[in-house]
Design a protein around this ligand. Structure first.
Ligand code: 5RP
Length: 219
């Protein structure tokens, strides 16, 4: 099975968590795009969706799914999103698509976070994938120096702006042995909007698609 077929398999498996009448939190990325396509068939059975990005909002609307603002929706029963890396402890690195801040907000508002990945993303320790950090533009160099002092190699994602009008630093070569502590530490740096570590609020369910089918890991 190729990576895209695995992404589709994980996304389809997430449908099991969608109940009639639910307002569903929807993440961002190519795996989630499969989930949106699958959700389209159930659009009349759900209350609508809260989206984590402009890109997902456009796809949800194209699929005929009503998009509701988080302020109007309140707390959500379910959030479905992908990840760039995941561990068996259900800690995640996210933000490869640059949507980490809104993704973290929707995850925080959700009672259950179902993360959907292909098996290439399951790692023993986070850090192979460069850690995305969203920064206020005027603080980019300051934050980059602070991240370098922590042993990382920050690379400016040039020409990219987030949906919030900010910039991204991708931090290479971090060995993330304590994701909860690092998430807190980086989050406290002045100028950081959000860090793509999802450890304090990791996933509740991780659906990992491989050649042998979809494996379910739970907290
Ligand atoms: C976007 C994300 C995505 O979930 C992550 O990048 C995975 O994307 P894909 O499903 O395309 O591999 O965090 O900000």
């Amino acid at each position: 099975m190729d990576a895209d077929a695995k992404k589709r398999a994980a996304a389809t498996a997430a449908l099991e968590y969608v109940e009639d009448g639910m307002m569903v939190g929807v993440g961002t990325g190519s795996t989630v795009n499969h989930f949106i396509a699958a959700l389209a068939a159930r659009r009349h059975r759900i209350a609508g969706a809260v989206s984590s990005s402009e890109a997902s909002t456009a796809l949800l609307r194209e699929a005929g799914i009503e998009v509701v603002s988080l302020n109007d929706a309140g707390d959500l029963p379910l959030y479905v999103d992908g990840a760039d890396e995941a561990t068996k402890h259900l800690h995640l690195t996210k933000g490869g698509g640059g949507a980490l801040t809104r993704e973290k907000i929707v995850a925080a508002a959700s009672r259950k976070f179902v993360c959907i990945v292909d098996d290439a993303k399951l790692v023993p320790v986070l850090g192979r994938f460069p850690l995305p950090v969203e920064v206020i533009p005027m603080a980019r160099s300051l934050v980059a120096r602070r991240l370098a002092a922590k042993g990382g190699q920050p690379v400016w994602r040039q020409g990219f702006r987030t949906d919030n009008g900010n910039e991204i630093l991708d931090v290479h070569n971090l060995k993330i042995t304590d994701p909860v502590a690092l998430e807190t530490e980086i989050g406290l740096l002045a100028g950081v909007v959000e860090v793509g570590l999802f450890a304090r609020r990791g996933a509740d369910v991780l659906l990992v698609a491989g050649d042998g089918g979809v494996q379910t890991l739970k907290r």
